[in-house]
Design a protein around this ligand. Structure first.
Ligand code: PGA
Length: 241
């Protein structure tokens, strides 16, 4: 059975001091979480060491928000797997629509990051998703197919998470209809051809819609931005029914 993965993406939020206050409030709220799920938070790089002092907590795993395809070198502003592994990081977000949009991240670069993350013993969380214009033109399936085929080439599906994040639903409060999201997640599973691959939905996930989203057959978790920044709200999401 697939274990669900509930992940918070903090983006460029939270100092070390703020992270500590958050964790002190959040950890007791997920103490009795059922064993069918894993909880992950991707803090900014500077707060990762604050998190690693809590790694003895069984259900909280650390993710990075990026990962490079080499272990060291002249790559200003990048971060390597070995730097992350030293802090107990287990996951790395790759191909989020923000770096795709603001830094022109390509499917080829995303693929190199995902492949090297796996080779280094990390689990990549590879994000895919169509824009509003692409959806309105009826191109969602084609865009997702291209991102999956190019971004996931030569990756191992048994150590992979794919996050379906329609761009128009990120940070907008507009959630994709759970059934529509489920259809795309089923398409991704079919394209990958491995039934046990973990597929998340992301885009305006909040306490009021988490139960419906998690009741869908092909959605194995969520990637949460805004609602993961407040301990009670993310704990409610983590404790979905
Ligand atoms: P949101 O962000 O939950 O704030 O919509 C999701 C994401 O960017 O991963």
């Amino acid at each position: 059975m697939r274990k669900s993965v509930i992940a918070g993406n903090w983006k460029m939020h939270m100092t070390c001091a703020e992270s500590k206050i958050y964790l002190e409030e959040f950890l007791p709220l997920i103490r009795d979480i059922p064993n069918d799920r894993k909880i992950v938070i991707a803090p900014p790089f500077t707060a990762i060491s604050t998190f690693s002092s809590y790694t003895d907590f069984e259900y909280l795993n650390i993710s990075s928000q990026n990962i490079h395809w080499e272990d060291q070198g002249a790559f200003t502003a990048e971060i390597s797997p070995k730097m992350l592994l030293e802090h107990g990081v287990k996951y790395a977000i790759v191909g989020h629509s923000e770096p795709r949009k603001y830094f022109s991240e390509s499917d080829e670069q995303i693929n190199k990051r995902a492949v090297f993350a796996q080779a280094s013993g990390l689990t990549p969380i590879v994000c895919v998703g169509e824009s509003l214009e692409q959806r309105e033109r009826g191109e969602a399936d084609r865009v997702i197919t291209r991102q999956v085929e190019q971004g996931l080439e030569n990756t191992d599906p048994s150590n992979l998470i794919v996050a379906y994040e329609p761009i128009w639903a990120i940070g907008t409060g507009k959630t994709c209809e759970a059934r529509d999201a489920n259809k795309i997640c089923a398409l991704i599973r079919k394209l990958i051809g491995f039934n046990d691959v973990i597929i998340q939905y992301g885009g305006s996930v909040k306490p009021s819609n988490i139960d419906e989203i998690m009741s869908m057959s092909d959605i194995d978790g969520v990637l949460v931005g805004g609602s993961s920044l407040e301990p009670n709200s993310f704990a409610r999401i983590a404790n979905y029914e």
